[in-house]
Ligand binder design. Structure first.
Ligand code: AMP
Length: 647
């Protein structure tokens, strides 16, 4: 039987390579685009969503059209992000593994340019690049594009969103007029149309519309809540899904940071990914997410493009995208590689119309779901704990030496009593937090009686409590600036003293984190300081300083979630420990990476995650290590990503 890719006109070397990758049949976009592109004589516009097999749709024809006897660049592929750049280059290398002399270079910001220049000098036929770095290399006269025959603009809509229009113009002006341009885009806003019009002659257009293979396994749900309850709803969803491994989409960088900050402060293992981070910072966040050392990635659309992480269980649209077409990109982060996933929208009543529009675009119906009640969450968490206890891997060697003492401690309790107490340890926490929690679903009843109860409930949900965990006589304050703002501890001390108008002597421990920090100040000065901080801004951002508080945390939050090497994963697990000074979440010591498996990158990860467990088993979770751990602010090392990256 003839291989279906051969039927499309692909040569044996390449067919064999894609066979090895497990490609048996072409995807719809490949089936339609490959024969057209193989002719090599037309400009092309493909409206294609993520996960449709787009890379092979243009990559395979390129491999047929390029003269590999020559070592001159003949194809240039421009794409918006480093992640995508690496992915495309890697895919094409795989497709061309049997093609003699084929050479592909990935050119992107934030990495050593010398190495990239060396590769170019050695001779390449295919250049995959992000626009900023490409222009830099062109500026150095280090590349000759006079033989370029094909330019691919991948995710053109995103490149324009990110402000790369001018760079693209400049880059294209260095390529021959006769080249063919192939443009791929998930959406077709007027700016993309304009590119098609300005740079292309009579392009062949193909629309792959809703045939998003990445989306077939995804359930779509929406929850209607009041705007002010959004955050509480997010937490409720997360608490109800103790094993969530999700991406939360916000509209702006600020929102991303804000939601991440709140989650971290409330004890969740989350972090923000947005375009203002340097490439290294983004890499670090992504690496932690990929390694499942982080549970919730809070991202903007642009920053999340090109993220190819398997096993994402939930995509949460904290805000619906402005361009509803972007919904497909977002939801496509889950349900990958044959797995199922859930895409959730938290909306207000006015947005139901948008849900209907999205339904039309994705060709699937949403389920209107009800947020679980507090008791639902408690029950779910309780049994989550029970299952984890049941499945936990016991480190016989390490625990053995404590067993006789542990047994002595329990000598006066029956097995049933021990079980009940272990279960209660976690259950009480959630019960206390949730037993008076309001119904967040926007229902007819809800529109009336929300006064007192609702307000109090909201506060509880936000985990706003008085400071706790500070040294005696000191209050522990949360402030939403940190090393990401290039603060050192000294900078933060001056900042707090200057704006708060307090003496440096009144300041105790300063715990500098990534997007936020904790500062301990003498209790007597706390109120004055907070009052003086009203209306203080930093880099155009409102500075918030408030008593640090805790919210309940699922014992499964944080840390490696058992994905690798038998890590137990629970931050606190059943050993969550005592609560100190009323409040949820108990004390934040305990579990940690309890395996003691010697992760090398703990310092770094913990520094940024806050909610992460990564500082090791007996670190006071809320951030006060015995001695300040230096290093690894995670966000400070330079890194010059592509220019004008925005989100
Ligand atoms: P892309 O849209 O190019 O990012 O591709 C999405 C995913 O589908 C990637 O993991 C590809 O390796 C995979 N893929 C692409 N084409 C095929 C095919 N014909 N058969 C199976 N998997 C494919």
């Amino acid at each position: 039987m003839i291989n279906p890719f051969s039927k499309l006109g692909i040569s044996d070397d390449v067919v064999n390579a894609v066979k090895e990758l497990g490609f048996e049949n072409p995807t719809p976009i490949q089936e339609q685009a490959i024969p057209v592109l193989l002719e090599g004589s037309n400009d092309f516009v493909g409206l294609a969503q993520t996960g449709t097999g787009k890379t092979a749709a243009f990559g395979l024809p390129l491999l047929e059209l390029i003269d590999f006897k020559s070592n001159k660049p003949q194809a240039l592929i421009l794409c918006p992000t480093r992640e995508l750049c690496l992915q495309i280059a890697n895919d094409i290398r795989n497709f061309s593994k049997n093609t003699p002399n084929a050479s592909v270079v990935a050119v992107y910001g934030g990495a050593n340019i010398m190495q990239q220049l060396r590769e170019i000098r050695n001779g390449v036929q295919i250049v995959v690049a992000t626009p900023g770095r490409m222009l830099d290399i062109i500026g150095r006269k280090a590349i000759d594009f006079s033989n370029v025959k094909y330019v691919v603009l991948d995710e053109a809509d995103e490149m324009l969103n990110m402000g790369f229009q001018e760079d693209i113009n400049d880059i294209l002006s260095t390529t021959p007029d006769e080249k063919k341009t192939w443009l791929f885009s998930a959406t077709m806003p007027p700016e993309v149309r304009r590119i098609a019009k300005n740079y292309m002659e009579n392009p062949t257009e193909l629309t792959m519309g809703t045939k998003n293979t990445g989306n077939v396994n995804i359930e779509h749900e929406y929850y209607i809540v009041k705007a002010r309850d959004k955050y509480a709803a997010l937490k409720r969803i997360v608490d109800y899904n103790p094993d969530i491994f999700g991406v939360v989409f916000c509209k702006t960088k600020m929102d991303t940071q804000d939601v991440a900050e709140h989650l971290i402060k409330d004890g969740y293992n989350a972090d923000a990914l947005h375009g203002d981070l340097s490439q290294q910072q983004r890499d670090k966040v992504m690496q932690r997410f990929r390694d499942r050392n982080m549970q919730l990635l809070i991202a903007t659309d642009v920053a999340a493009r090109g993220i190819d992480v398997n096993n994402v269980t939930h995509v949460i649209n904290y805000a619906l995208p402005d361009e509803i077409e972007s919904y497909t990109h977002r939801s496509g982060r889950t349900g990958r590689a044959g797995k199922t996933g859930v895409s959730i929208c938290i909306i207000n009543a006015k947005e139901t119309g948008k849900i209907r529009q999205i339904e039309r675009i994705i060709g699937k119906q949403f389920t209107k779901a009800e947020l679980p009640t507090g008791f639902d969450v408690c029950e779910k968490q309780l049994f989550g704990l029970i299952h984890r206890v049941h499945n936990v891997e016991v480190n016989e060697e390490q625990i053995d030496k404590y067993m006789s003492r542990i047994n002595d401690e329990f000598a006066d309790l029956s097995k049933e009593e021990v079980i009940k107490k272990f279960a209660s340890l976690e259950f009480n926490r959630f019960l206390e937090y949730y037993q008076n929690a309001p119904d967040l679903n926007l229902s007819a009843d809800d529109r009336f009686d929300r006064g007192e109860r609702g307000e109090r409930g909201d506060r509880r949900e936000r985990g706003e409590r008085s400071g706790r965990g500070a040294e005696a006589g000191y209050a522990r304050l949360f402030i939403n600036v940190g090393s990401v703002d290039e603060f050192t501890r000294g900078d933060l001390l001056s900042f707090v003293c200057n704006h708060g108008r307090i003496s440096g002597k009144a300041v105790g421990k300063i715990d500098l984190k990534g997007v936020f920090s904790f500062v301990e100040v003498e209790s007597a000065t706390a109120e004055t300081l907070m009052a003086n901080f009203k209306d203080v801004q930093y880099n155009g951002r409102e500075v918030r300083i408030e008593m640090s508080g805790d919210a309940p945390r699922s014992s499964n939050r944080g840390g490696d979630r058992g994905g690798r090497g038998g890590f137990g994963g629970e931050r606190r697990g059943g050993f969550g420990g005592e609560r100190r000074g009323g409040g949820y979440g108990g004390d934040r010591r305990g579990g940690g990476d309890r395996s003691g498996s010697g992760r090398r990158d703990r310092g770094e990860r913990g520094e940024r995650s806050g909610g992460g467990n990564s500082e090791g088993a007996f670190r006071d979770f809320s951030g006060r290590s015995r001695e300040e751990r230096g290093g690894g602010s995670g966000r400070r090392e330079g890194g010059n990503g592509d220019r004008r990256r925005r989100s």
